[in-house]
Design a protein around this ligand. Structure first.
Ligand code: PLP
Length: 393
């Protein structure tokens, strides 16, 4: 018999977020009454086109960009693919076949670069990260050659929350005239997205990480940056991304981004305070645990740990039984549990990397949520360690 947990706590906002009711409200008319195809010339179509124009202006303003630089896509993954493949393929005829990236990218970037290397003959330089997961901008500068087509380094890491020195890298790529892409999917709702300050030519966003709908994203493309379209067809998005626009999704994305940035300071302060209580509570009550990622320069909502001697998945299952949704850095493959490539790149020993836990906070979390997790986690860890042959105190 399973008993109902005393409380349910969602601590996986890096995986996805609930859509804000104000976002749902803004989207609804575009499913039913205002359902026109934005390419149609009659009033219904023009109404949909006007909604997209407005959304494009809203996003552009937050990014300090021009509306024409905003390309709507179907996801963060598609934005990453378009930036990387589109920029790489556009320069191939000029003999540019080299890409620079980091070892801690999301698979939407990592596997895309890997495909360009394995299937299309590109070369890659993977610059290292330090034990906190930070890239050294000088390593990027040293890796650039006259054949470099693109630098792609994420803004903030999805597993450990570390924020990368994007403006410093951007200053170097600008000076050397090399296109620079940043995957800002985890940073979208909480960090400054000013593309001029960041010095980026491409920036990826995904609405479902900031209380918008799933299945809609943005790629910022600086004017004149090299880009070959990946989806070919109609002339949508100024010939950079064919396909009838997801009008409700685009309206939802822009509304969610506007709401997140209007109250960014307050919301960051709220989740950062909870995050610091959570980190403090866990580190002070449980032995043999380490915070992963940068101690201070991390996303305001992100707390990540490794627990010695136990599997992250076992912690997750036990937390779930007690009503807590969380995540681990490990990816379940068919036969084995692979430790996270992010932790391994940060030189976390394999046996410890298996015990990873990521807790990511959101708007609706409260002090009581933090108290609850801090009250149940020590018991879970103690129980698992008592059964674990891997744990030696
Ligand atoms: N990049 C990062 C850093 C992410 O965390 C994610 C999603 O977890 C993605 C890209 C993919 O975004 P989407 O789920 O919109 O395809």
């Amino acid at each position: 018999m399973t008993t109902k947990p005393v409380r349910t706590v969602y601590l996986d906002h890096a995986a996805t977020t609930a859509v804000d009711p104000r976002v749902v409200e803004a989207m609804l008319p575009y499913f039913t009454e205002k359902y026109g195809n934005p390419s149609s010339i009659y009033a219904l179509g023009r109404e949909a086109a006007a909604a997209i124009d407005q959304a494009r202006r809203t996003v552009a303003e937050i990014l300090h960009a021009q509306p024409r630089d905003i390309v709507f896509t179907s996801s963060g993954t598609e934005s990453d693919n378009l930036a990387i493949k589109g920029c790489a393929f556009a320069q191939r005829k000029q003999g540019k076949n080299h890409i620079i990236t980091s070892p801690i990218e999301h698979h939407a970037v990592g596997h895309t670069v890997e495909q360009l290397v394995k299937e299309f003959g590109f070369e890659v330089t993977v610059v290292p990260v330090d034990r906190y997961g930070v890239v050294d901008p000088d390593d990027v500068g040293r890796a650039i050659t006259e054949r470099t087509a693109l630098v792609t380094i994420m803004y903030a890491n999805n597993e450990v929350g570390t924020i990368e020195p994007i403006p410093e890298i951007g200053a170097i790529t600008r000076q050397k005239g090399v296109p620079f892409h940043t995957d800002a999917v985890q940073a979208g709702g909480s960090l400054d997205l000013d593309v001029e300050r960041l010095g980026v030519d491409f920036l990826s966003l995904s609405a479902h990480k900031f209380y918008g709908p799933k299945g809609v994203g943005v790629l910022y493309v600086r004017r004149f940056a090299p880009l070959m379209p990946i989806l070919t067809g109609g002339g949508h998005e100024r010939n950079r991304r064919a396909s009838t626009e997801n009008v409700p999704g685009i309206v939802g994305l822009a509304t969610a981004l506007r709401l997140a940035h209007e109250r960014r300071e307050e919301e960051n302060a709220h989740v950062a305070r909870l995050r610091d209580r959570l980190i403090q509570g866990i580190l002070s009550t449980i032995p043999d645990v380490q915070l992963t990622g940068h101690p201070t320069n991390r996303l305001p909502n992100s707390a990540s740990f490794v627990f010695h001697g136990i599997e992250g998945e076992a912690i997750l299952l036990n937390l779930d039984l007690q009503g807590v949704s969380a995540s681990s850095g490990s990816a379940c493959t068919s036969a084995s549990l692979e430790p996270s490539h992010v932790l391994l790149a940060m030189q976390v020993p394999v046996e410890i990397a298996h015990g990873s836990l990521r807790l990511t906070l959101g708007r609706e979390n409260t002090d009581e949520d933090v108290d609850y997790v801090v009250s149940i986690l020590p018991g879970i860890v103690e129980k698992l360690r008592a059964m674990s042959p891997m744990y030696h105190r």
